[in-house]
Design a protein around this ligand. Structure first.
Ligand code: FES
Length: 578
């Protein structure tokens, strides 16, 4: 279709289900009437599927049932027919071994829901970490016109006079408790305050990062990702998103019309300017794989080296998302870095990105910094390689102690997470701040699901000495709310025989973030000897989803998507109706 061209009602995808005078369409219409709708409610209208990731265990989405009603209001207003479809809610806190294990599951569910039902456009209700990338991956593969409704961050909250940051302060206060500086009673009291409203984590963690990236990718309304979940504007934004979905359906603008290489480069630039989550690297790689865009880890490192961190948000900086919203939100930040963006990229509002952010002002120059006063000049995230990570690994220098970014020290190795939990506080290990803590078998297949274990715990006896950061290396991820000199996503992972599996306690490891290297200092002969002795572990699952996951999941540097879901240059058409 050319710009501005609109479908006729009989050209809508849903018309093939609801329009013709035939046996199948009779069934479809009669069953809508069974649900209480009249012909006038749906005839000749775009069907808008509202994919709702609400459930009782995903508390970040506690407001989603009302927001679905707000979206429906907008759809009705614009002359569409809304249908709400529950899909798997990926609860970051409750799902074990990790919600990441099910990201591809939700992506498949979203894709197939969009493919099988008579949906002309979709509203994707995402927020808690993995929901946003999963829904976008599914929408990309189904390639049905789609718009994201971001869940919005939690309210500000404080405790004992101190502003809290969900996630980030959990790690911080846990360390204080380990150091003996926080009582058991205070720790329990904190439970009542750390997450005090609906909405996703209010730091620049993975949820805030991914909804912001959805916005800069052009997949939300302008300004939508910064709106706090309980702000009245959030309900209005939901209704406007419903109205926008109807227009998307009529103009048949599909995800692949928006998500090209320029859009992904905009997302990476924004990730760096936000000081966003390392998890976004894995998710963007997976989304790009669905779109058929060839991203590499070097794209992230290259863009990181030219992009200043301007968002002074925790865990990298000082403030939380409500402050970011008050300071002007994402649009104001993007306006500061317009010269680094492809401003001609398109959005779901049939604007360019440049038009979407035009005129957005910064109202607090400590929260959203000016270019001449950044939080960090460059280098929010860094990609390292070396004999310990031939396919790459990542670190977030902006959230680490600067003195540790060039470090050489002896390894202490834990074979898996239970081993780490059992022994990390054992004084017999006699760890010093110079040690390098190594965790094996925590990657995509090893854990499985590449959990957020990468902010490895510091021994209590070192916490009590005041140590708050050490070099830590794993094939795990870490929460976007976490911090520290944590080398993550080591690829290939140890479970498949990557070099991380060959590290032994006492080996010297050299981390050089400036030189972008991670080196295990053993000879080539010793390296080869250990490799020849390595024995592959038994698979964790022999049936069901776990078996599919084990057979199909790619490594971290490829996005951990299922191989068979990568784009192959085409997108499967919806099935014919029989
Ligand atoms: Fe849902 Fe942090 S737990 S976003």
């Amino acid at each position: 279709m050319t710009a501005g061209e609109r479908l006729k009602p009989e050209e809508l995808r849903s018309h093939r289900y609801l329009g013709p005078d035939d046996l199948r369409s009779f069934g479809h219409r009669s069953r809508q009437k069974q649900a209480g709708f009249s012909t006038e409610d749906f005839a000749g209208k775009p069907v808008i599927g509202i994919l709702n990731t609400w459930n009782d265990l995903i508390s970040c989405h506690a407001h989603f049932r009302q927001r679905a009603e707000d979206i429906k209001r907008g759809v009705w207003q614009a002359g569409g027919f809304p249908v709400e479809i529950p899909v798997m809610g990926l609860s970051e806190t409750f799902m074990k071994p990790t919600s990441m294990y099910y990201r591809n599951f939700l992506a498949m569910e979203a894709e197939e829901v969009l493919r099988t039902y008579p949906i002309d456009a979709a509203v994707l209700m995402g927020g808690c970490d993995k929901t946003t990338p999963a829904l976008l991956m599914g929408a990309l593969s189904a390639n049905v016109p789609s718009i994201v409704m971001p869940g919005g961050p939690m309210n500000r909250t404080s405790w004992h006079g101190e502003q809290l940051a969900s996630g980030t302060d959990v790690w911080r206060f846990w360390a204080e408790r380990g150091a003996g500086r926080l009582s058991c009673e205070s720790w329990c009291d904190l439970e009542d305050y750390i997450a005090a409203s609906p909405g996703h984590c209010m730091t620049m963690g993975t949820a805030s990062t991914m909804t912001a990236l959805a916005e800069v990718l052009g997949m939300t309304l302008a300004g939508a990702s910064s709106l706090p979940a309980t702000h009245s504007g959030h309900a209005r934004m939901a209704a406007e998103t419903g109205r926008a979905a109807v227009e998307l359906a009529w103009r048949n603008r599909r995800p692949t019309d928006l998500l090209n290489r320029s859009a992904f480069e905009n997302a990476i630039t924004t990730l760096m300017a936000l000081g966003g989550s390392t998890n976004a690297i894995v998710h963007l790689m997976a989304m790009a794989g669905r779109a058929g865009v060839a991203l590499t880890l070097e794209d992230f490192d290259r863009i990181s080296q030219r992009t200043p961190v301007l968002a002074n948000l925790r865990p990298t900086g000082t403030w939380v998302m409500a402050d970011f919203f008050d300071a002007g939100g994402l649009c104001a930040l993007l306006n500061q870095i317009g010269d680094l963006l492809h401003l001609d990229a398109s959005t779901v509002q049939f604007q360019t990105l440049g038009e979407a952010i035009a005129g957005a002002q910064v109202w607090n120059e400590d929260v959203i910094r000016r270019r001449d006063n950044p939080v960090c000049a460059t280098g929010s995230l860094a990609v390292l390689r070396g004999n310990l990570a031939p396919d790459g690994c990542v670190i977030k220098p902006a959230a680490a102690q600067a003195a540790l970014l060039q470090h050489r020290g002896p390894a202490v190795v834990f074979q898996n997470y239970p081993d780490l939990k059992a022994r990390i506080d054992d004084p017999a290990l006699a760890l010093t701040p110079d040690h390098v803590i190594v965790l094996q078998n925590a990657g995509p297949l090893g854990a499985p699901g590449i959990p957020e274990w990468g902010m490895l715990p510091i021994p209590k006896y070192l916490l009590q000495q005041g140590v708050r950061d050490m070099v830590r290396i794993s094939d795990a991820r870490m929460s976007g709310t976490s911090y520290g000199a944590c080398v993550l996503h080591v690829s290939p992972e140890s479970f498949v025989g990557g070099p991380l599996a060959l590290v032994r306690t006492g080996d010297m490891i050299r981390l050089d973030v400036v030189g972008r290297t991670l080196t295990l200092e053993i000879s080539d002969e010793e390296f080869a000897a250990r490799k020849s002795q390595w024995v592959a572990p038994a698979p964790a699952f022999t049936r069901g989803y776990g078996k599919l996951y084990a057979e199909q999941t790619t490594q971290a540097h490829e996005g951990c998507d299922f191989r068979f879901l990568h784009a192959d240059g085409s997108h499967d058409p919806p099935p014919a109706i029989y």
